[in-house]
Design a protein around this ligand. Structure first.
Ligand SMILES: Cc1cc2nc3c(=O)[nH]c(=O)nc-3n(C[C@H](O)[C@H](O)[C@H](O)COP(=O)(O)OP(=O)(O)OC[C@H]3O[C@@H](n4cnc5c(N)ncnc54)[C@H](O)[C@@H]3O)c2cc1C
Length: 526
């Protein structure tokens, strides 16, 4: 369907079962779960799908070794099981990845090794491979560029990795095949109340400025770090003050060339100088280093890294990599905001101790807010949201649509070859839809960075892309991999996109954004 047709459908009178605000992992997961149950679903996203936190993850499909260290067994067990479900349902976008933790102190191998054996035990049948204790030689064969001096051995364990933004699109498109109506660049502007109950929302097409009213039995606020805005609107309608529930925490990633760690294994630093976990993950031909955990008060759509965060990542990488990346080696810097849920007596400050689990709240007027959690558990979070809607009698109970076994778009047919997500970008990200991309004009015309003219056309025709940023940041991941290269392709991508959509592809705005992804923070940035 064209965008015009989608909005024509939105304008039709009638009541939805669910109206979802927010097109990140959480909202899209709920849309798919509800649509798979046969419910009538509409989802509005103010920007692009996954423009928020859901395109800025460390790209791990994981139980979370650090949550294990915090003793959060229930969260780890659930995530380990969801990990396997995700790898099965979207094998072109989520795959197993071996991790190695090098040890420079004798106690580290047994200490962390035993912890990781517990990780295996919690996974049970959902395990991806056994944890192994490694000799020095073996550790260096897996991670050839870590410092050999003082190396005592290592531990290898298994988790997964994924392409977060493309997974979000796969969720959106799969939900659409089940009848859900999903609209990007359509901002929810307010809630509609009747008799003290939420009965729908108003929204605006950000391209035309046209407003729409949506009637729904149940409104889901899945706006990530922005959930408090709608909670406060809901409270204000009833004259109630609402305490904020989200304590945002910023995470920075730095991307460098793969030759700093030319390996098929990711590197785990179990304890940085300030007690965090740091990863070096091979992803789409580059190496991701990160992340940080810095409390932040503002909720910028494109938050900037602090100088200390970039210095910290480079300093910690230098403790392990014999050729340490410098600021000059950085290809892209990106920042995401974690929607951590604030305990009632929290006084701000340290976010490491805040809950990583998701929270679902049903307000007195029936607004359902869901936030927190992680990408890996989006599916079980969605089930939980639906359960809360049934318990609160907002919806009549409907059986599960079996999302645990629902293959996502792109994995519902044979996938040629066995490419890995760590490989350079290319057709492999399209899974079983590769032939559909190849059938479009410009299939042989490579623009650069693994992106072809046909991929841009596919993005516009089938993947809801409207702007150059949509294509270069979230359909292809070039902005996140190499911001300079992405900027150099903006005009060409814009010209193709404009042919397809007929609207301004916003080339200049993208060029400014790409500069930000290359801009190393200095003291002025604070
Ligand atoms: C640095 C970092 C690293 C992470 N790494 C991992 C990882 O490796 N593995 C993992 O499993 N998890 C990871 N996570 C967690 C995971 O990314 C998040 O839990 C998840 O993306 C949150 O999704 P969400 O949909 O709740 O929020 P978001 O993705 O932010 O989505 C909310 C959406 O709501 C939209 N919105 C806001 N206001 C409106 C409005 N008025 N109208 C319509 N739409 C609106 C926003 O535009 C946004 O797209 C990481 C998080 C961070 C910050």
């Amino acid at each position: 369907m064209t965008r015009q047709q989608l909005f024509a459908r939105l304008a039709l009178p009638g009541q939805y079962d669910l109206a979802i605000i927010g097109g990140g992992a959480t909202g899209l997961g709920v849309a798919l779960d509800a649509a798979a149950r046969g419910l009538r679903v509409v989802l509005v996203e103010s920007h692009d799908f996954a423009k928020g936190t859901s395109s800025r993850a460390t790209k791990l499909v994981h139980g979370g070794v650090r949550y294990l260290a915090q003793g959060n067994i229930a969260l780890v067990r659930e995530a380990l099981h969801e990990r396997t479900t995700l790898l099965r349902n979207a094998p072109h976008l989520a795959q197993p990845l071996p991790f190695v933790m090098p040890s420079y102190k004798r106690w580290e191998t047994p200490f962390y090794g035993i912890g990781l054996k517990i990780y295996d035990a919690l996974a049970g049948k959902a395990g991806l491979g056994p944890t192994e204790f490694l000799s020095c030689r073996k550790t260096l064969s897996y991670l050839p560029t870590v410092h050999p001096q003082g190396l005592k051995g290592g531990v290898k364990y298994w988790d997964g990795q994924f392409d977060d933004a493309r997974l979000a699109l796969a969720l959106a498109r799969t939900a659409a095949t089940r009848g859900a109506l999903l609209l990007n660049y359509c901002a929810a502007t307010g809630l509609r109340h009747e008799g003290g109950k939420v009965v729908g929302l108003s929204c605006e097409d950000r391209e035309t400025g046209q407003s729409y009213q949506i009637q729904a039995r149940c409104v889901i606020n899945a706006t990530g770090v922005w959930v408090d805005e709608f909670r406060q609107k809901d409270g204000a309608a009833a004259g109630r003050a609402v305490q904020p529930m989200v304590a945002p925490s910023q995470g920075v990633h730095v991307v460098v060339e793969r030759d700093f760690l030319p390996a098929d294994h990711a590197l785990l630093v179990p304890k940085t100088a300030d007690g965090r976990v740091l990863f070096a993950v091979p992803w789409l031909g580059k190496l991701i280093l990160g992340t940080t955990d810095t409390p932040r008060q503002d909720l910028d759509r494109e938050p900037r890294a602090f100088k200390e965060e970039v210095d910290f990542i480079l300093r910690e990488s230098a403790r392990y990599l014999s050729r340490a990346p410098t600021r000059a080696d950085i290809k892209s810097i990106w920042v995401g905001l974690r929607p951590l849920v604030r305990p009632p007596d929290d006084e701000g400050g340290n976010t490491k101790g805040l809950s990583r689990e998701h929270t679902v709240l049903v307000s007195r007027s029936g607004l359902v807010t869901v936030t927190g959690g992680k990408w890996t558990t989006y599916r079980s979070m969605a089930e939980d949201v639906l359960e809360k809607c049934f318990e609160a009698s907002l919806l009549e109970r409907v059986n599960s649509g079996g999302t645990a076994h629902l293959r996502l778009v792109g994995s519902d047919g044979p996938i040629s070859g066995r490419p890995k997500i760590s490989d350079v970008p290319g057709l492999h990200s399209y899974g079983s839809e590769q032939h559909a991309v190849l059938s479009l004009p410009g299939a042989q015309r490579q623009l650069g960075g693994g992106l072809s003219e046909a991929m841009v056309r596919f993005a516009a025709r089938h993947e809801y892309a409207r702007t150059v940023e949509d294509v270069l940041a979230r359909r292809s991941r070039l902005l996140f991999l190499d911001a300079r290269l992405a900027a150099s392709l903006a005009s060409e991508v814009g010209a193709i996109l404009q042919q397809e959509t007929g609207v301004d592809p916003q080339i200049a705005a993208f060029s400014g954004l790409a500069r930000q992804y290359l801009d190393l923070p200095d003291l002025a940035a604070e």
